[in-house]
Design a protein around this ligand. Structure first.
Ligand code: SF4
Length: 222
């Protein structure tokens, strides 16, 4: 298995961009272009509310740690968990200055509602896999909280989800090594894409060039 170094680590948050559109991910993470729109700003504000570094609390025996930095050298990813909850469990791990064992579970906050594709689940699973590597434990489930539905969903971290995370991270590293930005391929997600006005003019130029070519061919009787 490949073990990455500190310098190789890619942002874990890129998984959502990558699954949404590989070109969007490449524009942000390879070409370093980032255009904030209302959607991303709203998401950032929501994250700011849960970003309260080093704060922990205990309620019903559950310890809550916020803004927890995580990394995996097997996946080559690093990021920050919004929240990690530690619930007392015989299957858990030892925490400093505590007698009980605790099972960790990442909790990720999302602005919208559950999506059709397992984008948020993959990001959550990647966080859990980082925690597993760091804490030498197994994490069977995590949670997604959606701002729009105000509901917390339990997510089982299945072998299929874990395979998806491994495949995505390998593909991301492969693109990154090659400095590869895929060509424009429009899909319905383009309508809500924060990079549309950076990305799509390229497509528009190509469409104009193609229609000019066709017109010329017709005029030349081709
Ligand atoms: S506009 Fe469409 S193709 Fe371009 S980056 Fe956004 S989602 Fe991807």
């Amino acid at each position: 298995m490949t073990e990455y170094t500190q310098d190789d680590l890619l942002p874990l948050s890129g998984i959502q961009h990558f699954l949404f559109c590989r070109r969007q991910w490449a524009l942000i993470h390879i070409e370093q272009q980032w255009k904030e729109n209302a959607l991303t700003a709203e998401g950032r504000i929501m994250h700011k509310r849960v970003d309260d570094p080093f704060f922990t609390e205990t309620r019903n025996g559950v310890i809550t740690a916020r803004s927890v930095p995580v990394a995996s050298y097997r996946l080559g990813l690093s990021g920050v968990c919004d929240v990690v909850e530690f619930t007392p469990s015989p299957d858990g791990i030892k925490l400093p200055n505590r007698d009980e064992l605790y099972l960790p579970a990442p909790v990720e906050y999302k602005r919208g509602k559950p999506k059709r594709e397992p984008v948020d689940e993959a990001q959550l699973c990647a966080q859990a896999m980082c925690l597993e590597e760091m804490l030498s434990t197994g994490i069977p489930r995590g949670y997604l909280y959606y701002g729009q539905t105000r509901r917390r969903e339990e997510v089982e971290l299945t072998p299929q989800l874990r395979t998806l995370v491994k495949e995505i991270s390998e593909e991301m590293h492969n693109y990154f090594r090659r400095g590869y930005t895929p060509k424009v391929k429009t899909h319905k997600g383009c309508r809500s894409c924060s990079l549309a006005d950076i990305c799509l003019p390229v497509l528009q130029e190509k469409v104009i060039a193609a229609s000019r070519y066709i017109k010329q061919q017709i005029e030349n009787g081709g």
